[in-house]
Design a protein. Structure first.
Length: 403
């Protein structure tokens, strides 16, 4: 019996036995990009260039900032109606019935709840490799087998391989654009997956980065009544990672299964006001999409000139092949005060780069150039001598900004 089963079936004795034997790794935690990026991160120094967590350096748009400030005096009240207004705005724009939408403080929660709801020791979790790791953490908790399939030659999810890898699948996780590669899986591939998947399994389409791309959303498949859950977040193009708002979009019976695990807390009213204002801002998405694409292209042009290869991203992140052990490169870059993203074990010489502002990407280029030209044992040793790797507050591992 897995730990999750012990909890849900109420077997306190088994749960206690399991807990006694449990390592910290078995504890259920919501993994987010912030916690995953922080796990390996050196301490920030003043003026650091931080392009390791797929954050948006622009933050919320002006209308969202104003909405937050205007809402602050109401902070003593729950004001549930603000969530209603948000739901009405989004579902109106997408021509969706309100009962097909649930709002959460970010999409990490519904991602984890979907894994809890649809995987178990007899129902596998199927994902791409490299792919976003959070769902795998939740699958470890449910005791599900984790089936990882390589991306195709064009860096799409290999839906045929995913189906072959798990006739016992409970949940297929498709992240498009993919974190960490920024590459797309087509709508027709998702349709193919839905048509061929085992009965009773569900496809979770994570559209956290879709606004940066030309990709077609899978929301139409939700409307068509398919076994699909779509995730959206305001943490990426909308620049609200610290404000927290995300959504699950699915048939009401699928959403009801997620509700067993959470999603009942009141939403922060500042998040609701800012998210609604952002949705109503008609130029936000096209303008930011264009800006991100232009900075990404400049970075790619520079990498081309230097002879490096990278994944053909349509997002705000990409994988760069540094052609040497990723950890060494990450540490050497950190020693130059540029924090780049973590590696994925399947691609040991690749590092994940988040597209920041133009000055940040110029700083990245100079640091990367210097690191790669002067890569010596001394440089690597120097990077290891950075003072504090981590500090801890309220039991959580978190990086500390040195003053
Ligand atoms: C692929 C993917 N899904 C979901 C999330 C969840 O983000 P949040 O909880 O901030 O909405 C992230 C965060 O970076 C992500 O990269």
């Amino acid at each position: 019996m897995s730990e999750r089963e012990a909890i849900t079936k109420g077997s306190r004795r088994t749960f206690l036995q399991l807990s006694a034997a449990a390592t910290a790794a078995m504890a259920f935690r919501i993994a987010t990009e912030a916690t995953l990026a922080a796990e390996d991160r050196n301490t920030f120094h003043p003026g650091a260039v931080v392009i390791d967590a797929n954050e948006n350096p622009l933050g919320p748009c002006d209308a969202a900032r104003k909405a937050i400030v205007d809402m602050a005096p109401q902070g003593g009240r729950y004001s549930f109606w603000l969530k209603e207004e948000f739901v009405k705005t989004f579902t109106g724009m997408e021509d969706l019935k309100p009962e097909y939408l649930r709002v959460f403080p970010g999409s990490s929660e519904p991602l984890h709840f979907s894994v809890l709801a649809f995987t178990s020791p007899t129902k596998s979790y199927v994902t791409a490799d490299p792919g976003y790791e959070a769902g795998m953490r939740a699958a470890k908790f449910t005791g599900a087998r984790i089936a990882k399939t390589p991306l195709t030659k064009t860096y799409a999810h290999d839906v045929k391989a995913m189906i072959e890898a798990a006739p016992d699948a409970g949940l297929f996780y498709v992240c498009t654009p993919n974190n960490p590669t920024g590459t797309m899986t087509s709508h027709s591939d998702i349709e193919q997956l839905l048509a061929a998947k085992p009965k009773g399994s569900v496809v979770l389409v994570d559209e956290a980065y879709i606004h940066f791309s030309d990709g077609v959303s899978a929301i139409d498949l939700v409307k068509a009544g398919q076994d699909v859950i779509v995730l959206r977040t305001f943490s990426k193009i909308y620049g609200m990672a610290g404000i927290r708002c995300g959504m699950a979009i699915a048939r009401p019976d699928l959403l009801a299964k997620l509700e067993t695990y959470g999603g009942w807390s009141a939403m922060p009213i500042t998040a609701m006001a800012a998210a609604t204002a952002s949705l109503k801002h008609e130029h936000l998405v096209p303008e930011r999409k264009q800006l991100n694409a232009a900075i990404r292209q400049k970075t790619f042009d520079w990498l081309d000139r230097q002879g490096y290869t990278y994944t053909p991203s349509q997002s705000n992140c990409f994988m760069l092949d540094a052609k040497r052990p990723a950890k060494e490169v990450i540490d050497a870059m950190a020693a130059r005060n540029v924090y780049i993203g973590r590696p994925w074990p399947v691609w040991p010489t690749h590092v994940r780069i988040t597209v920041g502002t133009l000055p940040e990407m110029e700083a990245f280029q100079s640091a990367f150039d210097a690191v790669m030209k002067n890569f010596t044992a001394t440089g690597y040793a120097a990077s290891l001598s950075l003072k504090t790797r981590r500090s801890y507050s309220d039991g959580q591992c978190w990086p500390r900004v040195l003053s």
